[in-house]
Structure formats: C-alpha cells, structure tokens
Ligand binder design. Structure first.
Ligand code: CMP
Length: 133
C-alpha cells in the first residue's frame, strides 16, 4: 500500500552539505517528497519527537545535537514507504550500518547519523502530525 513516512535530515546532514545527496537517494528509489520544511528544533520539540527516549542515558547529548542547528523535515510517500525508507537509511550506528545505506555510506557515529525515519505506521502518523500539524 502507499504510505507516508516522516524523515528528518538532522543538523549534521545540513552542516555537511548532504541534504541533496540524501534526498536524491529517496527520489532515485521512486519515493516522492510531498512536503519539506526547514526547522530549527527547540528543546520542547526534541522532547516530544523523542518522547520514548527522554529517560535514556544517550538523550541529553542527543537533545543538544538535534537542537544544534537547522534540520530539514520531510514527508515521503510511496509503496511501503515506511519500511523502504528504513532500509535505505540503515542501522542506527553509522559504524555498523551496511555499505550502500545512507548511514553506512556517510556516518561514522551512533548519534550523528544524519537522518531519522519513522519506524512504524503509528510513529509515522504521530510524527507527521507533530512536525507538520
Ligand atoms: P533516530 O533514528 O533519530 O532515533 C533515536 C536517535 O537517538 C538515533 O537516531 C540516534 O541519533 C540516537 N541514538 C540512539 N542510540 C544511541 C546511542 N546508544 N548513543 C547515542 N545516540 C543514540
């Protein structure tokens, strides 16, 4: 089925000039960008977006990172877009992500891993509402 998923190009992607490269990979796959917006994430939005992680040890530095500069928020659409985008993005830790994935090719970090992508239909719906209203 056609699905919509939420993708965030994090501040490291913007700082490193990889926005075009990441969006190109999504488009080349056949997915469509149906909404895009640049956002300076504040602490409140970070806490809402990462609600399931706020108590984790890794959260304080993640919060600092995600609020450290502009991000690009995107709604991506296509057949099975949620799983397809997760496959293109790769494993969380860029050092372990498979070559050929976005993180595997461009990230050497568990935190600064360039992109976030919704992991289920529920999180896609929640995140699209949170970021795009
Ligand atoms: P993301 O897919 O946005 O979901 C949660 C984020 O937390 C993850 O990408 C990483 O940026 C970060 N993260 C997850 N696990 C760790 C970890 N062990 N150490 C540092 N950052 C992490």
């Amino acid at each position: 089925p056609t699905q919509r998923t939420f993708v965030l190009l994090k501040p490291d992607a913007v700082r490193r000039g990889l926005v075009g490269a990441v969006l190109s990979r999504l488009e080349a796959k056949g997915l469509s960008i149906v909404a895009i917006q640049d956002r300076q994430v504040d602490g409140e939005l970070a806490d809402q977006h990462y609600a399931e992680h706020v108590e984790r040890d890794f959260y304080p530095p993640l919060r600092t990172f995600i609020t450290s500069g502009p991000s690009i928020a995107v709604i991506v659409e296509g057949d099975q877009a949620i799983d397809v985008v997760r496959t293109l993005v790769g494993a969380t830790d860029g050092r372990k992500a498979a070559a050929g994935t976005i993180r595997g090719d461009y990230s050497l970090s568990n935190r600064e891993n360039l992109v976030h992508a919704s992991d289920s239909e529920e999180s896609a719906a929640r995140e699209i509402k949170l970021w795009f209203g």
